[in-house]
Design a protein around this ligand. Structure first.
Ligand code: KIV
Ligand code: ZN
Length: 512
């Protein structure tokens, strides 16, 4: 058995299924480039058949990424598989990932199909896919809650049809480590042609065990691919977190005996990019990528670390990319330095005029903030890409008045399809007044589910990054905005969420 562990990242597909985490094409491309720098083996770029927007994203990523395999999800039917193949046709290395549910509950209640029908459809789909692509992954959805005998029949049949990877999802996060590991071991032992495929684990985190389950699938079950997302992003409690699995395997090589191709110094930049793009903030005590992951507050620990680092540290902060948190540019930095930093961060602008525009914004920011960090540049360019996509609503200016004992008042100027509007309102605070001023024209009817402010680089000089989650008509979107003035950042985030509500195309849900 190989001692290489394949890292399959599904941030852009399963991660994006998280309510409010939907990303634009530019944002997905930027993250895909970062995943390539991180050296993930496979990037699941989306679900091409779910909407025209998803198709375009998968195609754009397939045409851009050279080093990682690019994968599209497809339900087990000819149309989905053909769309996936079409979107991937110019990829350097392509994979089609097809799936159908195999648990009694899903087959009866969701698919309304008999087990024999499911078996037949799985076989036919893999046969069809194999004629379009040499690299085929098959997933029995809700695999962990499926009956072992039936699952063995399905998996043996799809391997015979040419599936090259077999992935066992714990779709609802029900597994516990030992049992999940044993489950995979049993499947591999009982299926006669199991050695013809690579076995993969795909765990959800509903009971907080996605990483532990995945590692048990590797150690006990012999899986050699882990499906995971940056920051554990994903529906409900999320997916298995890439950074935790990778650092567990690397740090405990003595136990796992496996290698991963990941460039770990790109982990923190990837984590920041995903959190800034989606507005899903990383909890401070999150392993590896949380702000406190390497902070030693207690005197005893500090003393120990100063005397000998490994008294309390099992990994080095710089090995996972924490050293990237340094001042990179300032007021005196020129256009070339700015352009080069964009390249290093994997941010591609379409034209020189886009770069000029972003550079002008950078100069404005540098006038207000002496130290500019990578996070500032990423936030600035995210704002830029949102604005450059000819969004319906764009902020022009904002002024607000607040004084102790007075009710705050705001006046917000913004454009709606190019037409300038001015909204005035009072509110409980300046942020409330500003959002009410916008609503005085928009009347969106949206319900706010979340309002969050985060200091991008720690100090009071930092830009405030605001996330706003809105719900309307069954859709949930996140808007993100950044500015040294948190009231302005809030207005940007609110308008960005309104733009997403307005623009989002209708998708077919992967597991619907
Ligand atoms: O969790 C799941 O079952 C999935 C499959 C589509 C692989 O994401
Ligand atoms: Zn999943």
């Amino acid at each position: 058995m190989s001692d290489q562990l394949i890292i399959f990242d599904t941030t852009l597909r399963d991660g994006e299924q998280s309510p409010g985490a939907s990303m634009t094409k530019d944002e997905k491309l930027r993250i895909a480039r970062q995943l390539e720098r991180l050296k993930v083996d496979v990037i699941e770029a989306g679900f091409a058949a779910s909407s025209n927007g998803d198709f375009d994203c998968v195609q754009a990523i397939a045409n851009t990424i050279k080093d990682s395999t690019v994968c599209s999800l497809a339900r087990a039917n000819d149309r989905d598989i053909s769309r996936a193949a079409e979107a991937l046709k110019d990829a350097n290395r392509a994979r089609i990932h097809t799936f159908i549910a195999t648990s009694p509950l899903h087959m009866e209640k969701k698919l309304r199909m008999s087990p024999e029908q499911v078996l037949e459809q799985a076989k036919q789909s893999v046969r069809f896919a194999r004629n379009l692509c040499g690299d085929i992954e098959f997933s029995p959805e809700d695999g962990y809650r499926s009956e072992v005998d039936f699952l063995c029949r399905v998996l043996e049949a799809v391997i015979a049809e040419g599936a090259t990877t077999i992935n066992i999802p714990d779709t609802v996060g029900y597994a516990v480590p030992e049992l999940y590991g044993e489950f995979i071991k049993t499947l591999r032992e009982r299926i006669p042609n199991s050695d013809k495929a690579i076995w993969s684990v795909h765990c959800h985190n509903d009971l907080g065990m996605a990483v532990a389950n995945s590692l048990a699938g590797v150690k006990i079950g012999g899986a050699r691919q882990v499906e995971c997302t940056i920051n554990g992003l994903g529906e409900r409690a999320g997916n298995c977190s890439l950074e935790e699995v990778v650092m567990a395997v690397k740090t405990r090589r003595d136990y796992f005996g496996l290698d991963v191709a990941i460039d770990t110094s790109q982990i923190v930049p990837a984590s920041r990019m995903v959190s800034q793009t989606t507005g899903f903030v990383v909890q401070p005590n999150k392993a590896v990528v949380g702000a406190n992951a390497f902070a030693h507050a207690s005197g005893i620990h500090q003393d120990g670390v100063l005397k000998a680092r490994d008294t309390y540290e099992i990994m080095r902060a710089e090995d996972v990319g924490w050293s990237a948190n340094k001042i990179v540019l300032g007021k005196l930095s020129g256009r070339n330095a700015f352009k080069q930093r964009l390249q290093e961060l994997g941010i591609e602008m379409e034209s020189e005029s886009d770069i000029n525009h972003a550079f002008a914004r950078f100069k404005e920011l540098a006038d207000r903030k002496s130290e500019i960090f990578d996070e500032d540049i990423i936030a600035l360019c995210s704002d830029e890409s949102r604005a450059s996509e000819k969004e319906k609503f764009q902020l022009v200016s904002l002024s607000q008045r607040s004084e102790t004992g007075e009710r705050p008042h705001a006046s917000v100027v913004f454009t709606s399809n190019g037409k300038e509007l001015t909204g005035e309102a009072e509110g409980n605070g300046p942020v409330d007044a500003s959002l009410k001023a916008i609503e005085s024209h928009v009347n969106s009817g949206a319900e706010m589910q979340l309002y969050l402010v985060n200091a991008i680089s720690g100090s009071t000089e930092s830009q405030g990054e605001v996330t706003v989650r809105l719900q309307h008509g069954g859709r949930i979107v996140n808007g993100v905005g950044a500015d040294p003035d948190i009231v302005v950042a809030s207005a940007k985030a609110y308008l960005s969420a309104l733009n997403k509500l307005h623009a989002q195309d209708d998708r077919v849900a992967a597991q619907g």
